[in-house]
Ligand binder design. Structure first.
Ligand code: SF4
Length: 506
């Protein structure tokens, strides 16, 4: 392997597995400040444990390693095609090594390329500059938070906030609305990159570029610096909290830029990133391809550990469940209960749910636990599989199917993140089932609870979308929707909406 390729592989591996120091610092702060013994603090404890595990094992922090997006600056005489080739080769290599999940799906056929290469993936932006070295920055931003990106076209009416006009007050309403609408779906606490102005396409681009700023920097523009500070203060009074469970930490960063716009347009584009805010960079020697310097991290300084070693504190009040599960067991659970699952569970996300609408399941789902998860799996030489990363995916995507799956096949436990809607809630109540919120992004934490991969069905959908049969031990999750019609998600959405309104009146 060439030195350049080596350097790029190291960049990809470190970005996927080691959270940058600025993100660690704010997450440590969030952990310290959260009210103890709340669902929010439980979520942050698991997140912190997960961050340490990913660092120790060099495993992906989150199983969704996102759209690999590279920003490359080169001196004028450097051949950019060589760099592009090396990036593509090392993205494929990192995927083969389980550092990236195969995430590149043909939008027409639905086929996963299996190596993260395909039309439009990875994303590589090149720019020339006056410096002597090459700079490569990388961000891995997953689908859950990507789906919570939002663009506003001012003037407009916003839920809970009223009219947002073409001025800074209107812009501020949009940004606060962006935090509120994400709830737990984008694995809060999140970070925002914002662009005021530009056109639709470039506005989103510039918003995402703001995520390359460190979380602790101060905007050189005093007007934007003030706006960033105000958003940070006010968004963290909304009460969305980690995973949307309610709590103190809703936002860990807000970085805003402004670009000129057309007279007829006024867009506010928001790129929402999750707590698993993975971005790093390197400077490279153009002649050798060797790393001369890391950006965002100092390899000489010890990595700040997030936990004191105790991990998720168990209280003894947890409810242990082993599928197949009964209706009576489900009806005895209530929102807020912490559940420990042992035994077999099945993964299933978008393709599996669509499949189940037209076909019988490949295994019996009577009394089963169905996990919304697209894991990173590696096949061993002996043909067996190991789970490299296995956190939950956003459940709301399965809302059109879930009630029917519960009704038809007798699923008792649905596990995911971000909660589900009214149809699912009604089905949980009618048929006696519960929704468990696992902690989004805690891919290493949950991978460790997988004792064995018992099998796999529907592999034609690709690794993340297949139905994996997992034997788990001590799989911890929280009941956030119970069999009595209660939903923590609905409660938090209502309360935070009221808080948003109160902010406007203050
Ligand atoms: S932490 Fe959550 S939102 Fe972020 S990439 Fe992972 S699953 Fe997606």
């Amino acid at each position: 392997m060439l030195m350049l390729e080596n350097s790029l592989l190291e960049l990809i591996t470190m970005t996927s597995t080691s959270l940058p120091p600025d993100v660690r610092a704010v997450m440590a702060h969030a952990l310290r400040d959260e009210t103890p013994n709340t669902q929010a603090s439980q979520a942050l404890n698991i997140i912190a444990t997960n961050i340490d595990m990913a660092q120790d094992d060099e495993g992906p922090i989150c199983q969704d390693t996102g759209m690999p997006t590279f920003i490359v600056h080169t001196p004028v005489d450097v051949n950019q095609m060589v760099i592009k080739q090396a990036i593509r080769a090392m993205v494929a290599e990192a995927t083969k090594r389980g550092k990236l999940r195969p995430n590149s799906v043909d939008s027409i056929t639905g086929k996963n390329s299996g190596n993260n290469l395909g039309p439009g993936t990875p994303v590589i932006h090149f720019e020339q500059w006056e410096e002597d070295e090459i700079e490569v920055k990388l961000i891995l931003k997953g689908g859950g938070c990507e789906n919570k990106n939002i663009q506003y076209s001012l003037p407009m009416e916003l839920e809970h906030l009223g009219k947002a006009g073409r001025d800074l007050a209107g812009v501020k309403k949009c940004i606060l609305h962006a935090v509120w609408q994400a709830q737990g779906h984008g694995c809060a606490p999140g970070a925002l990159g914002v662009c005021i102005g530009s056109d639709r396409a470039h506005g989103y681009d510039l918003a995402k570029m703001e995520l390359f700023r460190t979380l602790d920097d101060v905007n050189p523009d005093p007007v934007l610096a003030k706006l960033e500070a105000e958003i940070m203060a006010e968004a963290n009074t909304l009460g969305v909290g980690p995973m949307g469970f309610g709590g103190q930490a809703s936002l860990i960063g807000c970085k805003i830029t402004a670009a000129n716009r057309l007279p007829a347009s006024f867009f506010v584009s928001v790129a929402y990133d999750c707590w698993a805010f993975r971005r790093l960079g390197v400077r490279l020697d153009p002649s050798s391809g060797a790393i001369t310097k890391w950006l965002y991290r100092d390899p000489e300084r010890p990595v700040q550990r997030m936990t004191q070693g105790e991990g998720f504190p168990l209280t003894g009040r947890e409810v242990t469940l082993t599928p197949p599960l009964t209706e009576a067991q489900m009806r005895s659970l209530k929102v807020g209960d912490v559940v420990i699952l042992n035994g077999e569970m099945f993964t299933g996300r978008d393709n599996v749910h669509a499949y189940l609408m037209k076909h019988e399941p490949p295994v019996s789902l009577q009394g089963a636990a169905l996990y919304h998860c697209g894991p990173v799996m590696l096949k061993q030489e002996d043909g067996t599989w190991v789970t490299k990363a296995a956190g939950p995916t956003t459940s709301s995507r399965e809302e059109p199917y879930q009630a029917e799956v519960i009704k038809r096949y007798g699923v008792r436990v649905v596990i995911g993140k971000g909660g589900m809607g009214k149809k699912t809630s009604a089905a949980l109540k009618e048929f006696g089932a519960v929704y468990l919120n696992a902690i989004g992004g805690a891919a290493q934490y949950y991978a460790r609870s997988v004792e064995k991969v018992l099998g796999v069905s529907l592999m034609e959908f690709g690794i993340p979308e297949a139905m994996w049969h997992l034997q788990v031990h001590d799989f911890v999750a929280i009941v956030t929707m119970d069999a009595h019609g209660n939903s923590l998600h609905a409660d938090v959405e209502r309360e935070t909406g009221a808080n948003l309104e109160a902010l406007q009146e203050a």
